[in-house]
Design a protein around this ligand. Structure first.
Ligand code: AMP
Ligand code: GLY
Length: 440
């Protein structure tokens, strides 16, 4: 079985790690793993191919050249650019939605339209391509408001605006091109209060299997302060994600959306990520969909799952890609076996202007706790083989434990041990859960 993981971040290192782990647990381990472009972390598990995750033609060629059986697509850009469509045309198995189905992420305007038709709870909003109607809408709605670019904006597309003036200025900047094409269409939406939850579901377009819910930490600073980022940490399991809540997420979010897109002739296959706000009355309201695994949620989720082998995580992915999935009819959630907390180490200046090329000191494996996995994200080896930062998020450090507080301790201890000039990180990942554990 020849498997290719497309992408080169922490999420893709975690995907390679999980596929590798599950294959090693299988009696018939015949896995050959590739990553494109991968990173120094995936290099230990896979053959890194020097092909960018956005070079669609080159990826299609690489799949043919290396005779890849199953391609697992990590990031959103190749999905939106139609990598799945291209590989399917060539008769290749792919895990990831077609470009049309991936519009649930690549066009927030489309996602809102699907949700409206399917009756899925989400913030009230309207979509604009011109300033006049947007101003009128802003004038008629209460503060605060959230302004979002409709297109892909790498985590910079949503701005919470305290005042109408802020909202108007943000809409103006986006329509004027501050986020390029992504912001030529904007949404203005109602601000929702509540606690956020990331729920990811594997699906073949009809049936679905949810992964353990996780919580992301989008703000740069401790105590959830500072600018939004791609995510500074994540953990699972999450105390508020009761069986009853997950049942509502299945029945009120995933199932109606999958039915609606299938009815439109664009069935959704792969992993669908629902970014939810759990409202004070318990309603799961959708903030956004992603057409892929979350980053850094995946780095917490996959190590928390039991080792897969047959019937486990990797087997679900391969079976969906090969269109032979037969999930258990009455199981809707894959349970976590242990708690996991992932701390992101970012470069100084992230997210605006991250430093690059800084030398890294990584502890030898024996120096790290056994309950720790260090996933590479933005790292590279210089010509002398020394590890350096490549900007942005540099590592995801996952700690495991019987409880979230224990996993958090392992994660933070290892995060301390990795050193590079300007290391930027939060020591409070999972603070909500630790507070809950203290109160219990
Ligand atoms: P999005 O890219 O739509 O997930 O938004 C990024 C982040 O902005 C979310 O994770 C929330 O923290 C925040 N956000 C987005 N929409 C809303 C909303 N309607 N109400 C409150 N916060 C929001
Ligand atoms: N962690 C949020 C995302 O992957 O979009």
């Amino acid at each position: 079985m020849r498997v290719l993981v497309v992408g080169g971040g922490g999420r893709e290192h975690a995907l390679c790690w999980a596929v590798h782990r599950d294959a090693a647990a299988s009696t018939s381990n015949d896995l050959t793993l590739f990553a494109a472009p991968g990173n120094p972390g995936t290099a230990a598990l896979a053959t890194n191919l020097p092909v960018s995750a956005t070079a669609i033609d080159d990826l299609v060629t690489a799949v043919q050249q290396h005779n890849i059986d199953v391609t697992i697509v990590g990031p959103e850009a190749p999905l939106a650019a139609g990598l799945t469509d291209r590989l399917r045309e060539q008769g290749r198995a792919v895990f990831g939605p077609t470009a049309a189905a991936a519009r649930l992420e690549s066009s927030k305007a489309y996602a809102k339209e699907v949700m409206r038709r399917a009756g899925v709870p989400t913030a009230a909003s309207a979509t604009f391509v011109g300033m006049g109607p947007a101003l009128e809408y802003i004038g008629n709605h209460a503060e605060p408001l959230v302004v979002k670019a409709s297109g892909l904006a790498a985590g910079k597309g949503a701005v919470v605006c305290k005042t109408r003036i802020d909202a108007a200025m943000t809409v103006r900047a986006m329509l004027d091109g501050s986020l390029g094409e992504a912001g030529k269409e904007v949404l203005v939406e109602e601000f929702l209060e509540g606690e956020e939850l990331s729920v990811l579901a594997l699906t073949d377009g009809e049936r679905l299997l949810m992964l353990p819910p996780a919580q992301d930490h989008k703000r740069l600073g401790e105590g959830d302060t500072g600018p939004n980022t791609g995510g500074m940490g994540a953990y699972c399991p999450v105390g508020i994600a009761s069986d009853a809540l997950l049942e509502r997420v299945r029945a009120e979010v995933f199932e109606p959306v999958l039915r609606e897109v299938a009815a439109q002739g664009t069935p959704y296959e792969g992993v669908l990520y629902a970014g939810l706000m759990i409202l004070p009355d318990g309603t799961p309201s959708v903030l956004e969909f992603n057409a892929r695994f979350g980053d850094p949620e995946t780095q917490a989720l996959l190590p928390a799952l039991p080792t897969g082998a047959r019937g486990g995580f990797t087997e679900h992915l391969l079976a969906i890609a090969e269109r032979r999935w037969n999930p258990p009819a009455h199981v809707h959630v894959l349970d976590a076996e242990r708690a996991a907390v992932t701390t992101v180490l970012a470069a100084r200046g992230y997210p605006e202007n991250p430093e690059k090329g800084v030398a890294i000191r990584l502890p030898a494996p024996g120096e790290l706790d056994e309950d720790v996995i260090v996933f590479h994200a933005g790292t590279f080896r210089d010509p002398d083989g020394r590890l350096r930062t490549a900007g942005g998020r540099v590592f995801s450090v996952t700690g495991l434990g019987a409880t979230v507080p224990l996993a958090a301790r392992a994660s933070r201890q290892a995060a301390e041990q990795i050193t590079f000039e300007g290391k930027t990180w939060r020591r409070d990942v999972a603070w909500r859960e630790i507070r809950r554990a203290g109160a219990a």
